[in-house]
Design a protein around this ligand. Structure first.
Ligand SMILES: *Cc1c(COP(=O)(O)O)cnc(C)c1O
Length: 386
């Protein structure tokens, strides 16, 4: 059996149809979309076609979509752009303890520059309480940022409820929807958001491209300064092939998402059920129902997640301990700690994220291999309480 990739939340392979759609824009229609001659205009129309696809997919107007270099830039742009554009109103930002580092570290950056942040807690399943959001709003609050779905434990947040609270209070509302777009329905009106971050490589598009939805009339300053591209909101020559790739990825998601989600939920629940049945002292992390269709995150007691990962890798299985970004650090995941999981148990966490090319056979293989690995590690583990 070949390699089994179960880390789709870290990144996805670029869909072959996406690659194919991108290819003509490298050396053929390679022009600068700002150039007036035909080859530039060909690139321009490809960019605008992709913009319309992204906008249509999330219920936005075309000119409310700004292409960025990825989810991280979209998050940085949203937070810094709103914070610096609305200083006459206030300096307070509300966010949560389980955000991606692209949000968390931007908040830290802003805090060092005189802004105030409130970091809301979550419950044991990873849910933010909308009432906590309401209570945290002051007359100085300029922005609320709550992710739509968590990348580590898969919990889907009550974003639409928070959107209503933000609207009533007249506060801008941003959601990091990087793990949601292409996986669960995302509609900016239903969610009541003013800003929303997208990344292509989490939905079978290429890396290094994303988008920020900015509701018309939102007071925001650019994050990148230079030429007047993207309606003056994001300087730099457009990454035409990547933008085309994002558009194609969105088009494929639109076509396949509903059916694919059903298939993944079946496989997800088979994996969760099987692991809980076959391994003792194991628990599901994240919400049992309000959960991304492709996310499985379990805490395995008395073993190190890293040790399990290395053993899985020897069996050709790619998984993660949580966030790809924190895999280099010794610190247990801030998300698991926020769920109230003790640090030593958080170190035994494992994340499997499923995707388009995941088969039932692969899930069965994990169910066969993992209990063996855990038993072996526990037999030699100093963490094992006998
Ligand atoms: C991957 C991810 C990001 C970062 O997106 P990039 O395109 O890799 O910069 C931001 N937020 C969440 C929730 C993510 O999963």
């Amino acid at each position: 059996m070949g390699r089994i990739y179960l880390d789709y939340a870290a990144t996805t392979p670029t869909h072959p149809e996406v690659v194919e759609a991108m290819l003509p824009y490298f050396s053929g229609a390679f022009g600068n979309p700002s150039s007036l001659y035909a080859c530039g205009q060909e690139a321009r129309s490809a960019v605008e076609e992709a913009r319309a696809k992204v906008a249509g997919f999330i219920g936005a107007e075309n000119d409310e979509i700004v292409f960025t270099s990825g989810g991280t830039e979209a998050d940085n742009f949203a937070l810094e752009g709103i914070a610096y554009a609305n200083q006459d109103k206030g300096n307070h930002i509300i966010t949560t303890a389980i955000e991606h580092h692209a949000i968390g570290e931007t908040c830290n950056f802003l805090k060092e520059r005189g802004f105030k942040t409130t970091c809301l807690p979550v419950d044991k399943d990873g849910l933010v309480d909308p009432d906590d959001v309401r209570k945290a709003i002051t007359d100085k609050t300029v922005l609320i940022s709550v992710m739509q779905a968590n990348n580590e434990v898969g919990t889907i947040e009550p974003v639409a409820l928070i959107g209503r609270i933000a609207r009533e209070a007249g506060v801008y509302f941003h959601t990091d929807a990087v793990q949601a777009v292409g996986h669960i329905p995302v509609d900016v009106s239903k969610l009541g958001v003013d800003l929303l971050s997208v990344s292509a490589h989490k939905l079978y598009g290429p890396k290094g491209i994303g988008a920020l939805y900015i509701r018309k009339g939102t007071r925001i300053i650019p994050f990148m300064h230079g030429g007047g591209q993207e309606g003056g909101r994001r300087a730099s020559t457009e990454n035409v092939p990547a933008i085309v790739g994002l558009g194609k990825a969105v088009e494929l998601a639109q076509r396949e998402m509903a059916e694919e989600a059903e298939r993944l939920i079946y496989l997800r629940d088979k994996l969760i059920g099987g692991l809980l049945e076959r391994i003792s002292d194991i628990q599901l992390n994240g919400h049992p129902q309000e959960r991304l269709p492709n996310n499985v995150n379990v805490g395995v007691k008395f073993v190190e997640g890293e040790a399990i990962l290395l053993n899985l890798d020897l069996e050709g299985i790619c998984a993660s301990t949580g966030s790809a970004c924190s895999s280099e650090s010794e610190e247990p995941s801030h998300v698991l700690l926020a769920l109230g999981i003790p640090a030593d148990e958080a170190r035994g966490s494992l994340r499997f994220t499923l995707g388009k090319w995941t088969t039932e056979e692969e899930i069965e293989r994990v169910l066969e291999v993992l209990p063996r690995i855990v038993a072996k590690l526990r037999a030699m583990s100093p963490l094992l309480k006998k």
